[in-house]
Write a protein that binds this ligand. Sequence first.
Ligand code: ADP
Ligand code: ASP
Ligand code: MG
Length: 427
Amino acid sequence: MALIVHKYGGTSMGSTERIRNVAKRVAKWVRAGHQLVVVPSAMSGETNRLLALAKEVAPEKPATAYYRELDQLAATGEQVSVGLLAIALQAEGLDAVSYCGWQVPIRTNSAYTKARIESIDDARIRADLAAGKVVIITGFQGVDAGGNVTTLGRGGSDTSAVAVAAAIKADECLIYTDVDGVYTTDPRVVPEARRLKRISFEEMLEMASMGSKVLQIRSVEFAGKYRVPIRVLSSFTPWDIPIEEEARSGTLITFEEDASMEQAVVSGIAFNRDEAKVSVLGVPDRPGIAAQILGAVADANVDVDVIIQNVGKDGRTDFSFTVHRNDLNRALDVLRTQVVPALGASDVVGDARICKVSVVGIGMRSHVGVASRMFRCLAAEGINIQMISTSEIKISVVIDEKYMELAVRALHREFELDQPEDQLQGA
Ligand code: ADP
Ligand code: ASP
Ligand code: MG
């Protein structure tokens, strides 16, 4: 008997028929003798619909009071899902009980719309499991110290599932989604993309942080911190396939680096069009500038990604960085009102028409020349690089968003990612 967490994404929960299908799959695992905690997302399109309703009522206001209500609203999508799934499981003859984040409770900080999980009380979950129940917990939401409902950022149900798995020390966390695993790049953009049977935790971390939406980055961080074994697999296989087959399908996120994985120099291409570039122009070129600019942005609770500071000329320089597109106005507002006047900079401009494309692979550690190969490939397509950032196992470039698909396809080809895995690994 194993203790297992299943997470089902929006498409997997997309209709009452699909919910019944999820219930049948969960029931199969329970009947095979496993203890199950299930974490579903809102039905597909629901979170978007709810957030659009808010915009219909009034334009977005960058204020804590407003974000609190957005969370109150957006969290309802998952509440509908858990209720429906519990009813479907009861109809399957199982004892099932559903909870919202605050009922568990899943405690978070108060950063509305992107709250971080701080702790999960496992007492209620354990008691229900011991009583033979299937426990269903809302993805995406938690509660802060003041009792306010919070949400974990888009795609946050992955994080809820992995955090619950860590809290109850589950044997495995299975992330059921609408693709049958993690691919070399988004198969919707590159049809030749290939499924990876395994991907190292570090690569998955980079892929997720670079924009691959298959797993929310924080879920991968949790998995790393608490060593939660994760498998990404399809919820679109027939629900009654044998458990042994299902348990081996999809992509396993591994913590060991086996020899065969080392051989692929690049394992995947990630891309992200959710970022925007901010440039502070005519900044005096003196020590402490970066701290002043980025400090003010951090105080406004805006995360910064790629940073570039140009070489100064005449004692002045331009300082650029990327932020999430949703945070662009917040960042520009802080910079315009506080930083530009304080620094005596000349202006601040924002550009939302950018994207970031990254090549990721632990094989880069032992291979030189990956960056130049990437830059040559983009140059051959006539794509101008605006910013570059690197780590030991990834290289990212910021480019004009209109070239995104072209860049991803060209790089996928350049690094031979459409070749069958066996051929690449010489197996
Ligand atoms: P869910 O609703 O199940 O959480 P998501 O839409 O959040 O599903 O994530 C699954 C989607 O992620 C896939 O449909 C696919 O388009 C996209 N995706 C992006 N990059 C990758 C990748 N490298 N491998 C697989 N899927 C990817
Ligand atoms: N329903 C939430 C969203 O759409 C969380 C999730 O699906 O993971 O972002
Ligand atoms: Mg998702």
